[in-house]
Design a protein around this ligand. Structure first.
Ligand SMILES: NC(=O)c1ccc[n+]([C@@H]2O[C@H](COP(=O)([O-])OP(=O)(O)OC[C@H]3O[C@@H](n4cnc5c(N)ncnc54)[C@H](O)[C@@H]3O)[C@@H](O)[C@H]2O)c1
Length: 265
């Protein structure tokens, strides 16, 4: 039996994008092929093999992708999400984009109008399956994220991380509000909200301390006689935790791998 190869376009060729590309290339049996790479930054784009470089994302259909994977910035979904979903499936890693209710509606409408699929990976979340499967019974869901301030992009919040000298709570409130303030840092909060009780009912806390050198994400959900508590502590580079590239690759495989045999995801 001949297995189809899934043709994949990558948008964003930074830390996650380059790692994911390496992982796709390293496994020749996975039935996936990278057909273009687009990054708006010339230096990042220059890291990609020239034959895969796509200068203008508007030309993405030229290589006939089955799946486009965004690993760049939530702005990509604002600018290109609907156009991508008009033609093919879309997996977006910068999930904070979905806190914009109007954009969420537009993406869902584009997908249903064109019969395409929008994939949202669990990324940095441990236990999203348990959170999602029980989403109808939770009374409360909260996520507490702790990071060194140097690993938090505070630009949209108008804060200067270099001025923070001690443990400081940067945000405590509904997840809807934290996403536009720290759009590159709180994708974990956004996917927890989507999987659980929504952006307006989920409580998000972001704490920074220059004395820390790791990132911690703690999730608590309770309701219907069930208590869920997970915690992961990991190294962090830039805005991305050490476990994230492998997690994103696994989600891409869930969608795109046509490898014969067992699939554990
Ligand atoms: N879902 C998750 O759990 C999770 C975890 C970590 C990071 N992220 C998100 O994934 C994305 C990538 O993270 P990273 O660590 O690889 O970042 P990075 O800064 O190393 O790389 C991002 C790349 O995207 C490019 N880029 C930015 N905006 C662009 C645009 N509008 N069009 C085209 N290219 C653009 C940049 O030039 C850069 O090369 C970020 O948005 C980050 O917030 C998600």
């Amino acid at each position: 039996m001949k297995h189809k190869t899934t043709r994949i376009g990558l948008v964003g060729y930074g830390q996650i994008g380059q790692a994911v590309h390496r992982m796709i290339e390293a496994d020749t049996q996975n039935g996936m092929e990278v057909v273009f790479i687009h990054d708006r930054c010339p230096d990042a784009q220059a890291q990609a093999p020239p034959q895969l470089a796509l200068e203008d994302l508007g030309d993405f259909t030229q290589s006939n992708p089955d799946l486009v994977v965004e690993m760049a910035h939530p702005d990509v979904s604002r600018e290109w999400g609907c156009a991508i979903l008009e033609k093919t499936d879309y997996l977006l890693v910068s999930v904070t984009a979905m806190a914009d209710a109007q954009l969420e509606k537009q993406l869902l409408e584009a997908a249903s109008r064109h019969g395409t699929r929008l994939f949202l990976p669990h990324g940095g979340v441990v236990g999203m399956d348990a959170l999602y499967e029980n989403r109808d019974i939770w009374d409360s869901v909260e996520v507490v994220m702790k990071k060194p301030p140097a690993n938090v992009d505070c630009a949209a919040a108008g804060m200067d991380p270099d001025q923070i000298k001690e443990e400081t709570v940067l945000y405590d409130g509904p997840t809807r509000g934290i996403c536009p303030m720290f759009p590159r840092n709180v994708n974990t909060h956004a996917i927890i909200a989507l999987a659980g009780i929504g952006f307006d009912r989920t409580r998000s806390v972001l704490v920074v301390d220059p004395a820390w050198n790791v990132a911690t994400v703690e999730i608590q959900a309770s309701g219907g006689g069930i208590q869920l508590h997970t915690e992961r502590v990991e190294g962090i580079t830039g805005v991305t935790g050490a476990s994230t590239p492998a997690s994103i690759y696994n989600s891409i495989q869930m969608v795109g791998s046509t490898r014969p045999g067992i699939h554990l995801r």
